[in-house]
Design a protein around this ligand. Structure first.
Ligand code: F6R
Length: 244
């Protein structure tokens, strides 16, 4: 596991983007797993900049979104599908056919998870999986106490996660309480994982991932046993590491 501490999130994002750009240059048909949320935005901003300057061509990549709220269609501005389309995929000019996402509006979410698992198996392994981390240590929407052996599945969100994501909704009642997520087993099957965490709210979880023991109560702690993980932090997210 490589841990890098940057002066700010922009520098962390630019570093991660360079790794992804290098991967896509070496293998234009790369499979990239994308996380939603605030953490990866500096990476996406740097990727969009590279695309606009002609340094990045994403026309052959295949993408997999990491997770989705149950009950929100891809047209809902709060859905992760909408977020990824407007924040990244449209700007990188990625064809709709190359984008894989869980449908939050699926009539049968269990079947939707099984179908996504099949797609992952057909297109995978993922070359680079980008992750953020929840302040409770979740990766994807794999909340504390999720088995490390889990595949794509439905997850009930913890109060902490609902509270953290409330900022994107009008009220806490509007935040979906159920989600579909790529499982820890799927994440660990990726060839390379880049986790980006910035801000003091992530310091506890980051310390547990790097210095704690492997513990399902901190889902991100499994990452230590992956052969190729880079953890990119700003100083605030790294602030609890000295004590470890
Ligand atoms: C998002 C996801 C989550 C977030 C995590 C951190 O697709 O799977 O694990 O990465 O909740 O969210 P932010 O980055 O908004 O702090």
């Amino acid at each position: 596991m490589i841990v890098k501490i940057f002066d700010n999130e922009q520098l962390a994002g630019e570093y991660a983007a360079q790794i992804i750009i290098g991967q896509i240059k070496r293998k234009p048909g790369s499979v990239i797993g994308f996380a939603t949320g605030s953490s990866p935005l500096p990476i996406y901003k740097a990727m969009v900049g590279a695309c606009e300057s002609g340094d990045l061509n994403c026309s052959h990549i295949t993408t997999f979104n990491l997770d989705e709220y149950i009950g929100l269609s891809h047209r809902d501005p709060q859905s992760f599908a909408f977020f990824m389309k407007h924040r990244l995929f449209d700007k990188l000019k990625i064809d709709e056919k190359q984008i894989n996402r869980l449908s939050g509006a699926a009539e049968d979410p269990e079947e939707e998870c099984r179908a996504y698992e099949r797609k992952l198996n057909e297109s995978g392994p993922i070359d680079i999986q980008i992750l953020g981390i929840g302040s409770n240590g979740h990766i994807g929407f794999n909340e504390p106490d999720t088995a490390f052996s889990e595949h794509v599945h439905i997850e009930r969100l913890t109060e902490e996660t609902v509270g953290a994501n409330r900022r994107f909704f009008k009220s806490e009642d509007d935040v979906p309480k159920l989600a579909m997520t790529v499982g820890i087993k799927n994440i660990m099957s990726s060839k390379k994982i880049i986790l980006i965490a910035c801000g003091g709210a992530k310091a506890w979880a980051v310390d547990k991932v790097i210095n704690g023991k492997e513990d399902p109560m901190v889902p991100g702690s499994i990452l230590r046993s992956h052969p190729d993980v880079e953890i990119l932090l700003d100083k605030a997210a790294a602030s609890a590491l000295d004590r470890g």
